[in-house]
Design a protein around this ligand. Structure first.
Ligand SMILES: *[C@@H]1O[C@H](CO)[C@@H](O)[C@H](O)[C@H]1NC(C)=O
Ligand SMILES: *[C@@H]1O[C@H](CO)[C@@H](O)[C@H](O)[C@H]1NC(C)=O
Ligand SMILES: *[C@@H]1O[C@H](CO)[C@@H](O)[C@H](O)[C@H]1NC(C)=O
Ligand SMILES: *[C@@H]1O[C@H](CO)[C@@H](O)[C@H](O)[C@H]1NC(C)=O
Ligand SMILES: *[C@@H]1O[C@H](CO)[C@@H](O)[C@H](O)[C@H]1NC(C)=O
Length: 523
């Protein structure tokens, strides 16, 4: 009975939505009136010496490049803005601000919509210390269902997200909106809306366009130092950890691996340390600092791959601690994998072998046919020589298949283009030179190898040593994420392969990637 009423309600609500899709807008105007939400990377102390602070503030973004008149204000909503009676939390005149406005509404720990939130027993027990307060607040506050509409113009596909229910159902494919929306106004009329969303199956959703493309011909949103989030060893004091020295210079992300992937991230950059005296053995490192057990990363990857059909790339890019063989110097030429590498490769195979190896040079349709959609890029040559599957060659232990699966020479390692730069103009110079160089070498990116634009700033040792409160990686991400979004959307949408950022929710690169890939598929 209740479901019937809600369906009727839905239809009633939908009719005005469909009919109010203003037909008078030209396509040029749609392009101009672009608006989107991001989540700030900044941590703001409540007062100068305060140990507590605010983070994950929602940011309103808009573009008025072609004609500033087209958007005169933007507003934040907690439901679809065209719903009858929807009232904004806040409305901002665009003239006074430079294309974005940081609100003081926080995203907090809002649950993942569409059945993608892991229920507690699925979550890693190691994460149990994360604050649950705001999710509970959300649950009690939003017993009513939120209506959400697919952000894609034209495709009308409404998803009803019910935040009140325990999220125990099967995850639903497709994009899902969080209950946060932006509306852009011209002359008091809404001309554009978008929601903050997850895109957990975006490659699969667009398989008719993207299935014939390969991983190296896609624009792939990624994270830099993907495993460097929240849980920092030895920082048990919850209040101090957000703003402590180590948080400010070691943490590059604020979401766990599974959640990053659910948002739409498809490339993970991991550096591994080997600590034989710890029970976990392998840890995610930021340089020589040990941050969290590698097992949590592997679990996150597995949890995602079990729910989503999308292919992903896991780049074990550096091994800063514990991997070098003492005898290395002697046998540099015909080196064999060190014992630590062998242990790690075995662990990877045991944990993720069912999904790997994938090859970046074949159509994604082929990856789906073979069931091999996890590409592990392993940055140790000796190990790749010793273990055929790290070169993309199949070797199923059940004996059914062995030898090469892929026709061509597999493409399985990622080159990172990292500028070691400290401000946005240097980053621009570095990235544009890199893209020119690669275009000259390989033409359009589809013919190249897998490579990643490392689109973040790097502090100098002096920055770290003489750090002041308010500096650090969060601030640096804040300084460039908006520029990075614009560059890859408007200038390099056709040329880049992987783009890895810090605090990725401050950039809009997942949307940019989906949009660019659809454009590429039509080129
Ligand atoms: C949030 O910002 C508005 C202005 O945009 C201000 O009026 C309000 O007091 C702020 N609220 C808090 C809790 O800081
Ligand atoms: C807004 O209104 C003004 C004057 O009423 C008009 O000149 C202008 O074209 C309108 N803009 C849009 C985008 O409709
Ligand atoms: C297959 O892989 C396993 C584990 O990686 C290895 O021990 C074995 O020698 C491999 N077999 C072949 C035929 O490559
Ligand atoms: C960026 O850094 C370079 C090198 O330190 C410096 O020359 C340049 O002025 C800086 N640009 C900005 C906008 O701060
Ligand atoms: C980056 O964006 C800021 C404004 O958000 C702008 O002032 C700055 O010039 C941009 N940097 C580059 C190199 O475009």
């Amino acid at each position: 009975m209740e479901t019937l009423t809600t369906s009727i309600m839905l239809v009633i609500l939908l009719v005005p939505i469909l009919t109010s899709q203003a037909p008078q807008q030209s396509s040029e105007m749609k392009r101009c009136s672009r608006a989107f939400l991001t989540i700030s990377s900044l941590w703001r102390p409540h007062s100068y010496s305060s140990r507590t602070g605010t983070e994950t503030e929602l940011e309103l973004n808009w573009e008025t490049n072609c004609n500033p008149e087209y958007i005169d204000s933007v507003a934040l909503f907690t439901e679809y803005p065209r719903n009858k009676g929807a009232t904004p939390l806040l409305q901002v005149p665009t003239k006074q601000y430079p294309g974005y406005f940081r609100t003081n509404y926080t995203f907090g720990d809002t649950l993942l919509p569409g059945g993608w939130q892991l229920v507690d027993d699925e979550e890693d027990s190691g994460n149990a210390d994360s604050e649950k307060k705001s999710s509970e607040e959300w649950e009690s506050e939003s017993g009513k269902s939120a209506e959400s509409k697919n952000h894609n113009e034209g495709k009308i596909e409404v998803r009803r997200e019910n935040y009140g229910e325990k999220a125990s159902q099967e995850p639903i494919n497709g994009d899902h909106c969080f209950p946060f929306w932006i509306a852009a106004y011209a002359n008091k009329t809404i001309v554009y809306t978008d929601c903050l969303k997850i895109r957990p199956t975006w490659i699969w959703d667009h398989r008719s366009e993207l299935g014939d493309m390969s991983l190296r011909s896609l624009l792939i949103p990624g994270t830099h130092n993907s495993g460097c989030y929240k849980r920092v060893t030895g920082l048990s004091n919850q209040n101090s950890r957000r703003n402590s020295f180590s948080s400010r210079f070691l943490l590059t992300q604020d979401l766990d691996i599974y959640t990053q992937l659910v948002y739409g991230i498809r490339y993970l950059d991991i550096r591994v340390g080997y600590y034989p005296s710890t029970p976990e053995l392998f840890w995610v490192n930021h340089d020589v600092a040990r941050l969290l057990p590698l097992q949590l990363v592997l679990e996150g990857v597995k949890q995602f791959l079990r729910r989503s059909p999308d292919p992903i790339l896991l780049d074990l890019h550096r091994f800063p601690v514990g991997f070098s063989d003492r005898r290395r110097g002697r046998r540099k030429q015909h080196s064999r994998a060190s014992p630590a590498h062998r242990l790690l490769v075995e662990l990877l195979w045991n944990e993720l072998g069912e999904f790997t190896p994938a090859d970046a040079s074949v159509p994604i349709n082929t990856l789906w046919k073979s069931g091999r959609r996890l590409l592990i890029s392993y940055a140790d040559k000796a190990s790749r020589e010793e273990f055929p599957w790290l070169r993309g060659e199949m070797n199923l232990t059940n004996g059914k298949a062995s030898g090469r699966l892929w026709n061509k020479s597999p493409s399985v390692t990622v080159t990172q283009e990292w500028g070691n730069v400290q401000n946005s103009s240097q980053l621009y110079d570095f990235l544009s030179k890199t893209i020119d160089k690669r275009k000259k070498l390989w033409g359009w990116s589809g013919n190249g190898e897998l490579w990643s634009s490392m689109a973040e700033l790097t502090p100098t040792p002096m920055d770290v040593v003489f750090s002041r409160p308010g500096t650090g990686l969060r601030q640096m991400a804040h300084d460039v994420n908006r520029n990075v979004t614009r560059w890859f959307r408007d200038l390099w949408w056709q040329d880049a392969n992987i783009v890895a950022t810090d605090f990725f929710r401050g950039a809009n690169l997942i949307d940019v990637a989906v949009e660019s890939n659809l454009r590429r598929s039509h080129v």
